[in-house]
Ligand binder design. Structure first.
Ligand SMILES: [Mn+2]
Length: 219
């Protein structure tokens, strides 16, 4: 049997649901490659609990907008996600520096053969290395120039995707996931009371578990 790749959607501190999902798919760090799509932290009950499971699974992650803002906050830059900063410090306690050190090594995207992982999405026609980190981690819609990445009157970025790689992304909980031949959206809003989803390759199977409750309001 070929080695499995398990890609996990936006966890946002939902450690119990992550634990349940890992059990459900019988994730085994010795047998499986376990990848996270970013936004492992904030909003939910235990970012620390998620990081513990992440390390137990020898996981690899790309940066979400929440990890990117954490790295900027640590450098003393202002960011609207500052409201989560104190809670994160409390949650991680004396392991906070270790956690930040770990996150600072996470890449903005992940490419392997015909697989591409990015937290939010791709600018039409551009490779991630040609794209601003904040665009990669926050884009939802495309207006033709990138001035407004969230306006729901514009088409979603993935409607323009014409590449051959399978692109797996998260970040857009209200979308409720996406399953197209070359595009899989994995954010099914666990922290908002939805589900935590993963994609298993090469069988291309989607598995999800329900949230125990809504921990935050969707915005
Ligand atoms: Mn996000």
């Amino acid at each position: 049997m070929s080695k499995r790749t398990i890609i996990i959607g936006d966890v946002h501190g939902c450690h119990k649901e992550l634990s349940r999902l890992l059990k459900e798919v019988q994730a085994d760090p010795k047998e499986d490659r376990i990848l996270f799509i970013g936004d492992l932290i904030n909003k939910g009950p235990s970012s620390r609990g998620v990081w513990d499971l992440f390390r137990e699974m020898h996981g690899q992650a790309i940066l979400g907008n929440h990890e990117l803002s954490l790295l900027e906050l640590v450098q003393g830059k202002f960011h609207k996600h500052g409201k989560y900063f104190e809670q994160l410090q409390k949650d991680f306690g004396r392991y906070f520096t270790d956690f930040v050190q770990d996150v600072s090594n996470w890449p903005l995207w992940f490419e392997d053969h015909e697989l591409m992982l990015v937290h939010a999405g791709l600018v039409p026609g551009l490779h991630p290395d040609q794209t601003d980190p904040w665009v990669l981690t926050t884009i939802r819609t495309w207006d033709g120039e990138g001035a407004d990445l969230k306006n729901s009157n514009n088409p979603p970025w993935f409607d323009f995707y014409a590449g051959n790689d399978l692109v797996v992304f998260g970040h857009w909980a209200a979308l409720g996931g996406l399953d197209r031949p070359r595009l899989v959206g994995l954010d099914t809003g666990c922290v908002y009371g939805g589900r935590l989803s993963c994609l298993i390759l090469p069988e291309r199977k989607l598995v999800s578990v329900p949230a125990k409750k809504a921990y935050a309001a969707i915005n």
